[in-house]
Write a protein that binds this ligand. Structure first.
Ligand SMILES: [Zn+2]
Length: 394
């Protein structure tokens, strides 16, 4: 049993506590949260700064970790994807080592759970051994070609079957993005996931996506032509891409929309009307890396949206650190507070991945991981984390 205290304890579920102590077991289970006056001071380890629960990273592609630094920044999404597709000639040994390194990097950066996109089984061994809990999203896409749907399903059902479910690891089958998935495949995913599954989908990452669905115009037409695919069956609907997704996915599932760089308040309201377990993952550094723009967070606040935070992969980020994502959010949209965004990075993420029975907040009975946030500066108005760093307590 250990006792720890700090200037501020961010419980997330019960506000920020001062003059309190966390009592926790050797494996990190929270036994009590008490006023410090109830404890002999010589038994309490006191830190300067803040204690926060472990971070939940709701969007990553661990299997792409070997692509770090290999794709140019600022190209926008379609050239970015073309660059990624063209990149080959890396040995499986190097791919495997980069996956191990990235898993360790996330652990060192205070991440306790990850929603991870998989097109392969490369990460399964690392996930089975990792101290991090992984929710593997096996991602399917058929380039909107109904003729490819059956083959796609067969290919990815095998990938699904071989994912890690060791310990707290979980898995579901998910669509890649509205612009790569036929309605037949969306319907398959609707009826071939467990009722408790979380379904993740890349959403409105680039303006070309909405252009395709609204007007059947824009850069995606060339993109498809380059790959030799026809979009003859696709009709312009006048509606944004999220309407296509909600037409075919199951509103009973928890749904995690990822990126949402171009999402409007009408889109958010539409999704909230469609389902009642909607989460919105933002990956700000990846958005800056690829498209050099960020979502307008005020729209999500206005609509009472449940935000979560992802790092995306090392293909489109400089590191895998939720603290760095929070710093970026607060740098560019400083009307938000650290406490508000910390909730996105912890409890909301844990809820989105259905890990909130153990993770996401400092509460008796949970084992959320405890992090020391060093170097945050508290003023009357705000907590400034620009120079803050994370050190794991447990
Ligand atoms: Zn992604």
């Amino acid at each position: 049993m250990k006792k720890i205290s700090a200037d501020r304890i961010h419980t997330i579920s019960h506000g920020v506590l001062t003059d309190h102590v966390i009592v926790y077991s050797d494996v990190g289970s929270i036994i009590a949260i008490d006023p410090i006056a109830n404890h002999d001071p010589s038994t309490v380890y006191v830190l300067r700064g803040d204690i926060i629960p472990g971070f939940v990273n709701t969007h990553c592609h661990l299997e792409l970790s070997h692509m770090k630094g290999k794709v140019d920044t600022g190209t926008t999404l379609l050239p970015f994807l073309q660059n990624v597709v063209q990149f080959r000639d890396i040995s499986q040994a190097e791919i495997n080592q980069k996956i191990i390194d990235a898993d360790q990097e996330m652990w060192d950066n205070g991440i306790v759970a990850v929603g991870d996109i998989c097109n392969k089984v490369d990460t399964a061994d690392v996930k089975s051994k990792s101290k991090i809990d992984y929710y593997s999203f096996i991602e399917m896409f058929d380039f909107m070609q109904a003729s490819m749907t059956t083959g796609t399903i067969a290919q990815y059902e095998e990938v699904y079957a071989n994912q890690s479910t060791v310990g707290n690891n979980k898995k579901s089958k998910v669509p890649h993005a509205p612009y790569t998935v036929s309605q037949e495949l969306l319907q398959y995913l609707t009826s071939n996931n467990e009722a408790s599954a979380t379904i993740s989908i890349h959403n409105q990452e680039t303006s070309a996506e909405d252009q395709l669905f609204r007007h059947k115009q824009g850069a995606f037409l060339d993109f498809y032509q380059n790959f030799g695919f026809t979009l003859d069956h696709l009709e312009a609907t006048g509606l944004t891409s999220i309407h296509y997704t909600t037409s075919w996915l199951n509103p009973e599932h928890k749904t995690l929309f990822v990126h949402n760089t171009c999402t409007t308040e009408d889109d958010i309201a539409h999704a909230h009307q469609w389902g009642n377990q909607i989460y919105w993952a933002t990956c700000p550094n990846a958005n800056l890396y690829i498209e050099n723009r960020l979502p307008a967070y005020q729209r999500f606040i206005n609509q009472g949206a449940k935000m979560t935070i992802g790092t995306d992969s090392l293909t489109s980020n400089w590191q895998l650190s939720i603290l760095e994502e929070i710093k970026t959010i607060l740098k560019f949209q400083s009307y938000l507070t650290f406490e508000e965004v910390l909730q996105w990075a912890t409890l909301h993420g844990a809820e989105a991945l259905s890990y909130d029975d153990r993770l996401g907040s400092i509460e008796v009975g949970k084992s959320p991981g405890l992090l020391h946030l060093k170097g945050a500066v508290k003023s009357a108005r705000k907590i400034d984390i620009r120079n803050a760093e994370i050190r794991r307590i447990i």
